[in-house]
Write a protein that binds this ligand. Structure first.
Ligand code: AMP
Length: 149
């Protein structure tokens, strides 16, 4: 059962674009695809697509997401969400800002390795996921039942 099975389609836009087909990007892409969602995954290294399940039914685009050209192959009017999960914070932020400001994408999520930057991007309306903070909270939870975070 996919974790994305209850995703809303209220806006009529149906496509999720994932930038970065690493372990996290591939896992999210596979889950969305398994739930029957419209998914596009972009990576600068075509070998990265080997992390996707053989059942992945979305579109794969090889390209550098810091170059605007990569978005030319997409109908951005149909994109409801962009998830930036490359291994570079600066790239993820740049992609998130392009998605938000140039394409007016409703839901934009960026992964940040550096927790110090998180509050800045929240102010820009960009949701962030920070593995350091998530892991710290989970360790606190396992050790103390989440009472110290
Ligand atoms: P991981 O560190 O396992 O989450 O993988 C990160 C992925 O991001 C790798 O597959 C990289 O090839 C990809 N990546 C890094 N920089 C870019 C970029 N500028 N455009 C597209 N994909 C990228």
């Amino acid at each position: 059962m996919s974790i994305f099975s209850s995703n809303s389609k209220k806006t009529g836009k149906t496509c999720t674009v994932i930038v970065g087909c690493g372990r996290l990007g591939a896992n999210i892409a596979d889950s969305l695809s398994e739930a029957g969602k419209d998914v596009v995954i972009i990576d600068s290294n075509s070998d990265s697509f080997r992390k996707l399940s053989p059942m992945f039914g979305g579109m794969k685009i090889t390209g550098d997401a810091t170059e605007m050209l990569v978005f030319n192959d997409l109908d951005m009017k149909n994109v409801s969400s962009v998830i930036a999960v490359t291994n570079h914070d600066n790239t993820n932020i740049m992609v998130a800002q392009i998605a938000r400001e140039m394409f007016h994408i409703d839901k934009v999520i960026a992964r940040l390795y550096d927790p110090a930057r998180e509050c800045v991007y929240r102010e820009l309306g960009i949701d962030t996921i920070c593995p350091v903070i998530l892991s710290t909270n989970e360790v606190d939870n396992l050790l103390f039942g989440g009472t110290t975070a």
